[in-house]
Design a protein around this ligand. Sequence first.
Ligand code: PEP
Ligand code: MN
Length: 337
Amino acid sequence: MIIVMKPEATNQDIDRIVGILKELNLSAHLSKGETTTIIGLIGDKSRLAGHNLEIMPGVDKLVPITESYKLANKKFHPAHSEVKVGDLTVGGGNFVIMSGPCAVESGEQLMAAAEAVKAGGAQVLRGGAYKPRTSPYSFQGLEEEGLRYMANAREKYGLKIVCEVTSESAVKSAVRYVDILQIGARNMQNYELLKVVGRTKLPVLLKRGLAATIDEWLNAAEYILSEGNPHVILCERGIRTFETATRHTLDISAIPVIKAKSHLPVIADPSHGTGVRAYVTPMAKAAAAAGADGLMIEVHPTPETAMSDGPQSLSPEEFLRLMEELRPLLRLMGKHI
Ligand code: PEP
Ligand code: MN
């Protein structure tokens, strides 16, 4: 961190700051310019708790030079991480497709969706058993019954399964069924829930919050990592902007930004990112071209009867077409499904 002093700061002001740093066993590197003095602080910043340097006499501002997340930070872990989901690898040259309905509605609906996504080449079946809906009167999910349908579909089609968890009790049930735990956008800053999934050994798909900065998102990942679970996959799913033509604004630039700031794999979700079926395929391609490690795509056997997110769900035929169009692009990028 750098402490920038005001031009009118006195020697006494500067000495006071240096004295505090010394007392806290932090090194201070002084650089005196013609008008401004800056003090470089080296050491563990957490020792500054209870010392609000920014309001001390003569201090202009504090400029952080390292991010608060460490375990998620590429600076401390320069090689890209791969996350193992059984025999499936997320990251590296693998492109992972996680597809399926927004919500598990019935055993039949889920099996039909699983058949469709398997036929298209997806490796992971998605399906919500605990649905965090905007309205409490909307369908809330089949809970454990839904998890059982997911596990049956995994057996039948040899797919991995990912389900969202919305509470500690949902985690307790889900760990007995799923291959990947999903933290949804609305819970990205539910720090207690992040700690709970951090204490499991399962891979965690961490979606970006609706209004979260990349820094906040990586700090959310840090909560999981710091509990001892290194298996974190990030998912860009669109953020809330002033634009209303799409449900959210899929932040494609988040993908190269994550690649620059973190070693964690990152996938994109153009279904929730756009909310419009017709925009899913172009944005899926854009995400792949930007360097994403995979995609989450909502697929429903009959989108017109879906109990949630029908307008953004692809039919089995549309999903097959998306996958066909994606393959040459992935080959060009040196990635394989
Ligand atoms: C979902 O993937 O089912 C979901 C609810 O997405 P998000 O958390 O991104 O809104
Ligand atoms: Mn959905």
